[in-house]
Write a protein that binds this ligand. Structure first.
Ligand SMILES: [Cu+2]
Length: 117
């Protein structure tokens, strides 16, 4: 009986230290955002804008698939805020639709075919 309470406490200490360790590792997060990018101009435009966001350490857009890979510190920025940045440039970002005005300011070649609104 004497050992039960100390061992429960020890268990808590171990569990807590494991959690805080994995929490620290979770700071760096990688996501793939599906965009409506069409060409290299879109690629540069999106990568430059996303890279300038505080907390983002890497942004790489694949023109063939329109997938944008972003590495960021999730204590400084979150995935939705990054999707908003992409939307404000005139591109869809996953379920976040392109900002209407920004989309219509894009060069025609950068506008997604069949896009109406
Ligand atoms: Cu383009």
């Amino acid at each position: 009986m004497k050992f039960i309470i100390p061992s429960i406490l020890l268990t808590f200490v171990i569990v807590f230290s494991i959690q805080s360790e994995s929490f620290a590792q979770k700071k760096k997060e990688t996501i793939i955002i599906k965009t409506s990018a069409q060409c290299e101009m879109c690629e540069k435009r999106i990568e430059d804008a996303v890279l300038s966001v505080k907390g983002v350490s890497a942004a790489d857009l694949n023109v063939k698939t329109s997938d944008l890979k972003v590495v960021f510190n999730n204590t400084k920025i979150n995935a939705d805020a990054i999707r908003q940045v992409v939307s404000k440039l005139g591109y869809d970002a996953d379920s976040v639709k392109a900002d209407h005005d920004a989309y219509h300011k894009l060069p025609t070649c950068c506008q997604k075919p069949g896009h109406h609104h």
